[in-house]
Design a protein around this ligand. Structure first.
Ligand code: PLP
Length: 373
């Protein structure tokens, strides 16, 4: 057995083995109810990184009773992004014109308490050989698909041989230009990035990774080494981060994370506003908080360290990018903008009245474009 398989097989999955939980019978019984609804998994590598009950890693993986609070909610649901509706075949989401999301398993190296697919993760029998076959066939049959995002679960928990087979089948599809892997493995089970895995992955370029990271403490020396191996075999690395209450909802933590990622050759890609998923409300923040963090990043650190901040629109509208507002006024004649320090600048339009705003009256334009700063 390889080290990562051992670390995975020694995962905490039971309430009695959870780190730093109250020593009360009643509390533990209630947590049992949480576990019945939403499985627990903390692999032994990740468990070792947890230092205290308030630690940002603890909050991501140790269940609390708050997860039971959302059952009566009318807003929080099990499938907030309506993924099941956009599945032409099981476990493949086709939402955008030219790319699809393909679930290749439903196991993860850790089970995140804020998971947007809480309804599926860790339950057996959802992704099968047959759903995978249908998914790959769907991509083969649809020549408009030029980009596939392998997701799950975590694609890197699939055994080497099987992963090799899936990648090679995908690569045999002529119209499929790029393959992306969305994974939390490099940051939570770094031993999985073995030489053998790298030898498989490097056969399938152009292959892109987006790695899930939420806190700078996740970038341990082992994790940095695992990411370096991936970068060395020519995989462009991006990151995805979920904005989480008490974990990373302050500008300093987020800036440290983004800078640390960039230093490790990982380009920050997305910060997600947390989805409205049942059982996760206690970890959600306000959108205001996210905009504030973006404002504190933009201009204050390398532009390359600044990701897009997005809300995945509830109901399946796809990702919508949000920016702190920096347009004070926008007319046919000029644009008035503010920079990161709040200083105001006036930019004159060259082709006054002939630009894209032609046709609208000046007044209505002002109504549309004058926004609060
Ligand atoms: C996020 C996502 C994608 C990829 O979006 P990009 O903005 O291209 O990274 C594709 N399909 C679904 C269903 C998604 O949720």
């Amino acid at each position: 057995m390889e080290l990562w398989q051992k670390q995975l097989s020694q995962s905490v999955v039971k309430v009695k083995d959870l780190p730093f939980i109250p020593d009360s019978e009643e509390y533990r019984n209630k947590l049992e109810e949480v576990r019945e609804n939403y499985p627990i998994r903390i692999n032994s590598y990740f468990l070792e990184q947890i230092k205290s009950p308030d630690d940002p890693l603890w909050k991501q993986v140790v269940p609390t009773l708050a997860e039971l609070d959302d059952f009566d909610s009318e807003e929080l649901i099990t499938d907030p992004l309506n993924e099941e509706v956009d599945m032409p075949v099981p476990e493949l989401v086709h939402r955008y014109p030219d790319r699809v999301l393909l679930m290749i398993n439903n196991q993860c190296p850790i089970v995140c308490r804020f998971c947007t697919r809480k309804r599926k993760i860790g339950f057996p029998g959802i992704v099968t050989r047959e759903t995978l076959r249908q998914g790959i066939q769907y991509i083969r049959d649809h020549s408009e698909i030029r980009d596939v995002i392998m997701s799950g679960g975590d694609p890197l928990l699939v055994p080497d041989k099987e992963l090799d087979r899936i990648l090679s089948e995908l690569r045999s599809i002529p119209h499929l230009e790029i393959i992306r892997i969305g994974t939390r493995v490099p940051g939570t089970l770094p031993a999985r990035i073995t030489e053998n895995l790298c030898n498989i992955l490097k056969k399938y370029h152009p292959l892109y990774f987006n790695i899930h990271f939420n806190h700078p403490a996740e970038l341990t020396p082992e994790v940095e080494k695992a990411c370096s191996k991936l970068a060395d075999i020519g995989i462009p690395l991006g990151s995805q981060t979920v904005l989480l209450k008490g974990v990373n909802d302050d500008s300093e933590t987020m800036k440290e994370l983004m800078q640390k990622l960039l230093k490790n050759r990982i380009k920050p890609y997305y910060i997600y506003q947390a989805d409205m998923t049942e059982g996760t409300d206690h970890l959600r923040t306000s959108v205001q908080k996210g905009l504030e963090i973006m404002k504190d990043l933009m201009g204050y650190t390398s532009g390359m360290a600044v990701p897009y901040y997005v809300i995945d629109a509830p109901g399946g509208g796809g990702k919508v990018r949000l920016l702190p507002n920096n347009v004070v006024e926008h007319t046919n004649d000029e644009v008035i903008i503010t920079n990161y320090e709040g200083k105001v600048f006036r930019y004159s339009q060259s082709d006054r009245g002939n630009g894209s705003l032609k046709g609208s009256s000046q007044e209505s334009l002002k109504d549309i474009c004058r926004l609060p700063v």
